[in-house]
Ligand binder design. Structure first.
Ligand code: 59J
Length: 576
């Protein structure tokens, strides 16, 4: 039994070994056939797929320039650092070095890679400097590579931030002109097939699938020189008066183009990490306020147009108080019996109210509407407010009176500037434009409007506004040597719930130059000056003067006031 079993055991083992060896050989042959014949295409494809990639070729975003082609937003090529998490996960020992060079915390990197561990692409840091890009690539970490992108740069920084706006990290416009004209600016990305090595670097361009189509440029109406000047002066004034905020707008009265638009507070579009939403607003178009005395010229124009008043018609404003129903309208002081011109020059609320009560509410309302109050300016700016002008049907005596001197309606700074531009020309409100436009196009747009004021009334109102900035007027600090200026001050108590604040004001000046042939209109708003002075004449008028003086000179507008003794000498010596 024992021997037999031993014999069988030997033979049995031998045949077992033979079978095993034979099967193993067969398996190997089969595997070879499988790999090289049957599954060849599939495996080859898988191999190629590791390296063959379709990548997007970003499109160059169009430039935003000022009216003379000076760049306000420009895209330059830069590199972004990205990684293939599935590859990078196998090189954990390199992570600390990588995080250090990128300037990010190690656990931030760990979390990022964990979150994207099933993906093959994640940005580690976008739009890096060429220096940083080189340092990262020098680490030679598998799975880390560079991708070409564009970085948006705003050469004027905070000076033009509210108008230009900005595009986000994916080059999509978020605010301002970047948002409005995003489709025009953005272009179409191209695509190409490339082969990449195991570091993710492109080693061969295989084929181009489509060319990137660059975005188109846009030319704004803004004059960068005026924009800088206005920004500097506004910022100085807001700070100097310890005010909360401020805006200034300059329009070309012939075309409705915005030549400058600035606000405080502002922000730097090139560094938005600490951006406060409060700084983001383009207040000149989004924020409304009661315009106060700055609307008096429209009341006077309506009064003149009615035929019931002439510039020298007398109005009794005594004793500086005037009851309308249960309310009392007050003047700063008792101006006595004054004519219509003096109502403007001294800014009498009572004078304006008496004129308004002598004409029909519809006529007053229509005059305001005819210069664009209560409607958007046509600028197309995102978030633009139309202000508020209620229908005259709801006006009682008190509303007719208060509207005449600027309460019970609201406007934006831009709207007020547009209304003054109508006063400066033929009474039609030109639709406002942030894009450069020629005079013929502007004329065509203006032709959609019917002027309500005669040229006689308009020039009479302009003369009254000229008296505001000369001795005896409320706005003498708006004067500019060598030029005739016309404008209006406003000091407005800010409305608060249940009435008007006792010591918070808006300080305003709206005006035009040169009066003999108006070219520019500007409105200056200083919100809550906290210094000794808070009146429009003391706070806003000097800002108007400084900006307008510089603007007229920059635009080579010929002086129209050389006749004043002494001034021509200074001009010959100084200006040009
Ligand atoms: C004023 C108002 C508030 C609203 C009055 C400003 C009214 C009014 C109810 C007192 C400061 C002040 C509807 S005054 O802009 O008359 O520009 O240099 O806020 O009158 O009835 O302590 N402007 N301003 N009025 N309200 N309601 C004058 C005037 C104006 C000046 C100075 C000082 C007001 C001469 C304003 C200026 O023309």
């Amino acid at each position: 039994m024992k021997k037999q079993s031993a014999q069988f055991g030997y033979r049995g083992r031998r045949s077992l070994v033979l079978v095993v060896v034979a099967s193993a050989s067969l398996l190997l042959v089969w595997r070879a056939v499988d790999l090289q014949v049957i599954n060849k295409d599939f495996l080859q494809g898988q191999g190629d797929a590791r390296y063959l990639r379709e990548v997007a070729d970003p499109a160059h975003r169009g430039m935003i320039t000022d009216r003379y082609g000076e760049p306000l937003a420009i895209s330059t090529p830069v590199d972004s650092v990205w990684a293939d998490p599935q590859v990078l996960v196998q090189a954990r020992e390199s992570w600390p070095r990588l995080a250090k060079v990128l300037g990010i915390k190690k656990d931030v990197l760990v979390r990022l890679l964990a979150a994207k561990r099933n993906k093959e692409f994640v940005y580690l840091k976008r739009r890096v400097s060429p220096d940083l890009a080189n340092k990262v690539m020098a680490l030679k970490i598998p799975g880390v590579a560079l991708a070409p992108e564009y970085k948006r740069f705003y050469p004027a920084g905070e000076v033009a931030a509210h108008v230009v706006g900005f595009a986000n990290v994916d080059d999509v416009g978020q605010e301002g002109m970047e948002l409005v004209y995003n489709d025009h600016l953005k272009g179409v990305p191209g695509a190409k097939r490339v082969i990449k090595d195991r570091f993710g670097r492109i080693v061969e361009n295989v084929e181009r699938i489509s060319e990137p189509e660059p975005g188109k440029d846009i030319t704004l109406s803004i004059d960068r020189r005026l924009q800088y000047l206005a920004y500097r002066e506004l910022k100085k004034a807001v700070k100097g008066n310890r005010a909360d905020a401020g805006s200034a707008v300059i329009l070309d009265v012939r075309t409705g183009e915005v030549l400058a638009m600035v606000n405080q507070p502002a922000y730097n579009p090139n560094n938005r990490s600490k951006l406060k939403s409060d700084h983001l607003r383009n207040r000149a178009v989004t924020d409304v306020f009661e315009p106060g005395s700055t609307v008096k010229p429209f009341t006077v124009a309506a009064a003149l147009e009615s035929g019931r008043f002439k510039p020298h018609t007398n109005i009794d404003t005594r004793p500086g108080r005037f009851r309308v129903g249960r309310k009392t309208i007050r003047d700063f002081r008792d101006y006595g019996v004054i004519d219509v011109s003096t109502v403007i020059q001294k800014s009498s609320n009572i004078g304006a109210s008496k004129m308004a009560l002598a004409i029909s509410p519809e006529h007053l309302w229509n005059s305001f509407v005819s210069v664009g109050l209560g409607e958007v300016t046509g600028s197309g700016f995102p978030g633009e407010s139309a202000g508020l002008l209620t229908d005259y049907g709801s006006w009682h005596e008190i509303e007719r009176a208060t509207v005449s001197y600027g309460y019970g309606l609201s406007v934006t700074t831009l709207q007020l500037a547009r209304a003054y531009a109508a006063l400066a020309t033929d009474g039609r409100p030109m639709p406002v434009s942030f894009l450069r436009r020629n005079r013929a196009d502007a004329e065509e747009m203006a032709s959609m409007y019917q002027p309500v004021f005669s040229s006689k009334s308009l020039s009479a109102v302009r003369s009254m506004l000229e008296s505001v900035v000369v001795k005896g007027g409320t706005g003498t600090k708006a004067a500019i040597s060598g030029y005739r200026i016309a404008g209006k001050t406003g000091t407005v108590k800010k409305s608060k719930s249940g009435g008007y604040a006792e010591d918070s004001y808006l300080s305003l000046f709206a005006g035009m130059a040169p009066v003999s042939d108006p070219r520019l209109v500007m409105v200056v708003v200083i919100d809550e000056p906290r210094g000794e002075e808070y009146g429009g004449g003391a706070v806003a008028a000097p800002v108007f003067s400084r900006i307008m003086a510089g603007a007229l000179r920059m635009l080579d507008v010929p002086p129209d006031n050389l006749a004043l003794p002494g001034q021509h000498i200074a001009l010959l010596g100084g200006a040009k």
